[in-house]
Design a binder for this molecule. Structure first.
Ligand SMILES: Nc1nc2c(c(=O)[nH]1)N[C@H]1C(S)=C(S)[C@@H](COP(=O)(O)OP(=O)(O)OC[C@H]3O[C@@H](n4cnc5c(=O)[nH]c(N)nc54)[C@H](O)[C@@H]3O)O[C@H]1N2
Ligand SMILES: Nc1nc2c(c(=O)[nH]1)N[C@H]1C(S)=C(S)[C@@H](COP(=O)(O)OP(=O)(O)OC[C@H]3O[C@@H](n4cnc5c(=O)[nH]c(N)nc54)[C@H](O)[C@@H]3O)O[C@H]1N2
Ligand code: SF4
Ligand SMILES: [Mo]
Length: 751
């Protein structure tokens, strides 16, 4: 593989400096970077101003890929747990042999049902992992897996599955062309956008205002995004669905419904009219905290905007009424003519089709398949193949038929990320076999019997296979590795195939990786009616790059293996080091729809059945104090706190409290407070700020690095506390099973 695009060859101490172009894999913005390397050391990372996608945008995290690569704590060889609990370095042969030794007896004695996996967030940003995780699951026969999906976007998956027939058919706001952006439960100032890939979102927000448009932020906290918006509406956590139902009510009551261009493709408008008849703004205002007048105004603004869009993200998913809220976001856009329209919500077209566009087995045609089975211990109903990830702890800890005895974790840290992660922390030592594919010894992987490290991102080629399906436009970028693959080290896709083989009783080290890879290629080729075996003749390599070439060539812009000589191939993408821009999103609802009727199901009964639960919420007395989560620009879930430049400065793991609440509770800025919920308690420093609604406190997630046995020397010095100790596992959005980590009733007192 060729490595560098531009070589400056600057003379100077220690040899020449080479500049490598690279897309940052750390978040959805997909920024183009220049990585300056001298003597195998990353000297500097800065924005690639010629990147066709990000045009010079980057954030502080992107500049730290070198720190991650050179981090002395990053694992470079497999780790084996010893009798005294400590880890020792091992060869790959030893490590795979240990996997066999621990895993084979579990499967032989208890069946594959006793094995599961938890696959974490970085998987979505890594070509090797995102392309091959399906093999680990599909080939191994593991009946079900866990993921942070149910602490993230599961409500949106449910609404998209039922409305459009595809759980990943998620429309994204066309922020670059809109004049009204109403953002609910999203803070791109920190997150850089989620289920919305667009570099420099804050610049886009500024742009909307500069061209005379408006940006309204609905959030219990005055976030960095709210600071830059035209208006901040501090809503009561967990009540967005009530606000949105009232907006729909207004649209009907004031005869403002206009489906625009999608009228012929939408079913259920009358059902919605009937459903929302009683949801007046006056009825919901005392609960949402947003006046009836402003609620009406929002509906009218959406209706009159030529190009307007309502966007909801994790604050709308990770809450008690996540499915209703996530569904209603799309409903309001549809009823105001902003679905599938420029400036509204649009369905992206990824140049390389991701496997997520294939119908999930058993879930074809938008079939409302929920509750086909229940979790063994809690009896939680299955939703789209998942149960709440917080079930994992009890499934390991509770003896009996079907008990989980072997666990793979792949790029995840569930001990910190999941509700009641402390219970998982207690359960993990009870496993007969735990194998982690991870680059660090963190709060979770410290329990593993075997840790198999992946390569550093800079040692692998990169393409965002999943993220382009949430992008405001189409494009393609290829990043060659900056550093060569170290001798003898497998890539993660090979590791996943070996682990899948081990589940079938094969020795992990002897699995025929190439044969499995060929089979996978052939299956994906057959999706487009192509003969994989014949196509493979044309390649001199396998692995993710071959799959990427296949999916690019058979994708919407592809050359279809020569049929369209001007079409895309991986070779063409490689020849454009700053990327290829394939233009903004285009209306394409008709081709997206996979529902039985071929139309948008605007009022899916499975979802509308949850409205009475919301009606009960209106009658509930207000909570004294509730907890919500937050993110920070210089942090990335639980795993970048080991980068010195990102954690230096003011302590970030603090409890935000409004001055009125601080006054009445006797809390002092900078002093410790004890926070307690029905699930647990912790002590954390208070930060008094008027940038939060009265009655709401906020903690960031992903902290709590004070556990013994990790190898995170910097993070340990900036431990913080694990907010998920306070998240009750049973507090979920009922239709999706998604965790409600926002809106948790808590008490706070000086510690
Ligand atoms: N209270 C609360 N809890 C939350 C949230 C919240 O808002 N509030 N958010 C939830 C959300 S949205 C998410 S996505 C989850 C995240 O939950 P997880 O995915 O469980 O956690 P991460 O912190 O992303 O852990 C990533 C792990 O991947 C490892 N890693 C990093 N790069 C690589 C790589 O290239 N290869 C491999 N093999 N490993 C790698 C890191 O060492 C780390 O262990 O947290 C959830 N938890
Ligand atoms: N720097 C950085 N970037 C990240 C991450 C990170 O950890 N750090 N994580 C990545 C991941 S995995 C994800 S999923 C995305 C998430 O990206 P976003 O969805 O933008 O997530 P947050 O920044 O947590 O913003 C959520 C907002 O919801 C608000 N909120 C809480 N409860 C409610 C409610 O009931 N109603 C309303 N209306 N708002 C509410 C919170 O106050 C918060 O401001 O970010 C990604 N990008
Ligand atoms: S915004 Fe996201 S993609 Fe861009 S540099 Fe920062 S972490 Fe990387
Ligand atoms: Mo996430």
């Amino acid at each position: 593989m060729t490595v560098t695009e531009a070589t400056t060859g600057e003379p100077g101490a220690g040899g020449e400096r080479r500049v490598h172009l690279r897309t940052c894999p750390l978040c959805e913005a997909m920024c183009g970077l220049e990585v300056h390397v001298r003597d195998q050391q990353v000297e500097l990372i800065r924005a690639d101003r010629d990147d066709v996608w990000s045009k010079g945008h980057l954030c502080p995290k992107g500049t730290t890929l070198g720190h991650l690569h050179h981090d002395p704590d990053r694992l470079r060889v497999p780790q084996l747990r010893q009798a005294d609990g400590s880890f020792r370095d091992a060869t790959w042969e030893e490590a795979f042999a240990r996997v066999d030794e621990l895993l084979h007896p579990v499967v032989a004695e208890h069946g594959i049902e006793a094995v599961t996996a938890y696959v974490g967030n970085p998987l979505a940003h890594a070509l090797s992992l995102s392309r091959y995780v399906g093999i680990l699951i599909g080939m191994s026969g593991i009946p079900m897996i866990y993921s942070p999906g149910t602490v993230d976007q599961w409500p949106k998956n449910v609404s998209s599955h039922l409305m459009y027939g595809g759980m990943w058919s998620i429309p994204v706001p066309d922020v670059r062309r809109t004049d009204l952006l109403v953002a609910m439960g999203a803070n791109p100032h920190a997150s850089q956008g989620s289920l919305l890939s667009c570099p420099d979102l804050m610049g886009e927000i500024e742009g909307i205002r500069e061209r005379g448009g408006e940006v309204v932020v609905i959030d219990p906290r005055r976030t960095g995004t709210a600071e830059r918006a035209s208006e901040w509406l501090p809503i009561t956590p967990g009540t967005d669905a009530a606000l949105l139902l009232a907006m729909v009510h207004v649209l009907f009551a004031e005869d403002l419904v206009d489906l625009g261009t999608v009228g012929d493709l939408v079913d259920g408008v009358d059902d919605l009219r009937a459903l929302t008849a009683g949801w007046t703004p006056e009825r919901v205002a005392p609960t949402t905290g947003i006046s009836a007048e402003r609620t009406r105004g929002l509906a009218r603004q959406m209706a009159v905007a030529e190009r307007g869009v309502l966007y909801g993200r994790i604050g709308l998913c990770n809450q008690e009424f996540g499915t209703l809220a996530s569904w209603l976001v799309d409903v309001v856009n549809a009823l105001t003519g902003h679905l599938d329209a420029p400036g509204g919500l649009m369905f992206p077209r990824a140049a390389a089709w991701p496997v997520t566009i294939l119908p999930m087995p058993g879930l074809e045609g938008g079939k409302p398949l929920f509750g086909r089975w229940r979790s063994r211990v809690r009896g939680a109903p299955e939703v789209l193949g998942h149960v709440p990830a917080s079930c994992l702890a009890e499934e390991i800890a509770t003896p009996g038929d079907g008990q989980i005895r072997a666990l793979f974790t792949v790029a995840g840290n569930p001990v910190l990320s999941l509700p009641e992660g402390d219970r998982l922390d207690e359960a993990l030592p009870g496993l007969s076999c735990m194998v982690s594919v991870d680059n660090w010894i963190n709060e979770t992987t410290r329990h593993a019997d075997v840790i198999l490290p992946g390569l550093s991102p800079l040692e692998q080629g990169h393409h965002d296979d999943l993220i382009w399906q949430f992008a405001v436009g189409s494009g393609a970028k290829w990043s060659p590795p900056v550093f060569p693959r170290p001798d003898g080290r497998p890539e993660e896709w090979e590791i996943l195939i070996r682990l899948a083989g081990a589940c079938l009783g094969q020795p992990a080290g002897e699995v025929d990786v190439a044969a499995v890879d060929d089979g996978f290629f052939d299956v994906l080729a057959s999706v487009h009616g192509l003969d994989g075996a014949a196509l493979r003749e044309g390649y001199d390599h396998g692995g993710p790059e071959r799959l990427l070439d296949l999916t690019l060539r058979t994708g919407p812009f592809g050359d279809r293996y020569g049929e369209d000589p001007d079409g895309l191939t991986l070779e063409r993408v490689k020849a454009a080091p700053h990327g290829i821009d394939l233009g903004p999103n285009v209306p394409r609802l008709a081709e997206v729809l996979q529902t039985e009727t071929g139309k948008v199901v605007l009022a899916p009964p499975y979802i509308t059945a949850d409205v009475p639960r919301l009606a009960e919420r209106l009658e509930r007395p207000a909570d004294d104090l509730v907890l919500v989560s937050r993110r920070h620009l210089r942090s990335n879930n639980s795993w970048m706190h080991n980068v010195p430049v990102l954690v230096k400065g003011r302590e970030r793991c603090t409890l935000l409290v409004h001055p009125d609440d601080a006054g009445r509770l006797g809390l002092v800025d900078g002093e410790p407070a004890k926070v307690a919920s029905e699930a647990g308690s912790l002590v954390v420093p208070v930060e008094v700020t008027d940038g939060i609604r009265v009655g709401v406190v906020s903690l960031p997630h992903g902290w709590g690095h004070d556990k013994a046995g990790t190898r995170l020397s910097v993070a340990t010095e900036h431990a913080g506390v694990n907010t998920n100790v306070l998240s009750p596992g049973g507090f979920v959005d009922v239709p999706s099973g998604n965790a409600a980590v926002n809106g948790i009733p808590v008490t706070v007192a000086p510690a």
